[in-house]
Design a protein around this ligand. Structure first.
Ligand code: ATP
Length: 256
């Protein structure tokens, strides 16, 4: 089971001045699983995802991705290694179409592949055409094919969230971090999101790490869950185990 592990955190701690946002959080994520992290407001979820995806440095502790230590690496470095995330607030280019946004998610990789000098030539155009085709397939996967040529500015909130995921997929993640993906989605969009996450695992073997408030969404689709409360991990296990844990019931459900 050791080499099945894609992500490992050892005693991560983050301190902001006198506030300990996270204290000694350790956990392991297995390759190909859907892992859910929950916790009440202020529990440290945002701090956690920011540290693991390279937006903030831990005060202490270590992070390993595919057995390599990555503590302190930047978000760009991590994304080129296959750790990709979405954000709670939209990072889409509003004046571009969904297809253009998703294609843009791939283009830096493409540019690296072919080199800037080749930008104008035939080979690049062929690769770009290929990129657009792949982008369209990713949009289809998220169920947004009807919106592919729509400007992002005209999308509903829920469609925008799905378009963000399509764009994240364009950089070919090994592990995809979703920051509260269900927030603000209606029932139909939640179902679309659930189906998408399951397909990413089942058809593409992707590992998905979800930070969420929505317990129902997580308990329905996660293989493994962990719970944070006041920056401390209070539970870790199958959704059934976690939902039955008295500390979780009191800390999380009791406070809602
Ligand atoms: P929410 O669901 O409301 O986003 P959360 O679980 O994501 O909450 P965090 O935003 O990670 O929680 O915050 C955890 C704790 O760390 C809180 O007490 C918060 O006030 C504190 N905190 C977070 N970021 C900073 C910062 N930059 N400076 C000081 N304190 C911070």
């Amino acid at each position: 089971a050791e080499n099945n592990e894609i992500l490992k955190l050892e005693q991560l701690t983050k301190q902001f001045g006198g506030i300990k946002a996270l204290t000694d959080v350790s956990l392991q994520v297995r390759s190909g699983e859907i892992f859910g992290l929950i916790g009440p407001n202020g529990a440290g979820k945002t701090t956690f995802i920011n540290m693991v995806t390279g937006l903030e440095r831990p005060t202490s502790g270590k992070i390993f991705f595919q057995q390599k230590e990555i503590t302190g690496k930047s978000m760009n470095e991590l994304s080129s290694m296959g750790m990709v995330r979405t954000f709670q607030t939209s990072k889409l280019f509003e004046s571009m179409t969904v297809l253009e946004n998703v294609t843009a998610g791939m283009s830096s990789k493409l540019k690296n592949d072919v080199g800037m000098a080749l930008l104008q030539n035939q080979k690049f155009r062929a690769e770009e055409e290929h990129a657009v085709n792949v982008a369209y397939q990713l949009i289809k996967l998220t169920g947004l094919e009807d919106k592919a040529f729509e400007l992002c500015a005209n999308l509903s909130y829920g469609h925008r969230r799905l378009a963000e995921i399509a764009r994240a997929l364009a950089s070919q993640p090994e592990i995809l971090f979703l920051d509260e993906p269900a927030a603000g989605l209606n029932l139909k969009e939640r179902e679309q999101l659930q189906a998408l996450i399951l397909r990413l695992r089942d058809e593409f073997g992707m590992t998905i790490f979800i930070v969420e408030h929505d317990l129902n969404l997580l308990s329905n689709i996660c293989d493994h869950m962990a719970v944070l409360n006041f920056g401390v991990k209070i539970a870790d296990g199958s959704p059934e185990e976690v939902m039955r844990n008295p500390d979780v019931v009191q800390a999380y459900l009791g406070r809602r």
